[in-house]
Design a protein around this ligand. Sequence first.
Ligand SMILES: [Zn+2]
Length: 102
Amino acid sequence: MNQLCQLADEHGATAIITVRVSIGRLSGIVADSFSFGFETLAGENSLTKKAALEITLTEPVQRCLDCRLVADFSTKTCPRCDSTRLSPEGGDELVLTQVEME
Ligand SMILES: [Zn+2]
């Protein structure tokens, strides 16, 4: 929310219309709670009062440390080189992806 108001300030915006965030499935953040918290906070601020929140859930993936292929999180060996050296990537982030202002 602080980040949002700062952004609006920088752009001389009078209102924030849409806020898009991506939340990783492993982040421990529950989209519903996040959304509720957002609405509560947004309602207290004239800049964000009208803002609609759009949440995208992102799935974690794995990167093969041998051939750099990005593979599905459920696989145990790399589909390309059969390596078992897979490193989890993503899925734990909370990222502000887009903000529309007026
Ligand atoms: Zn591989």
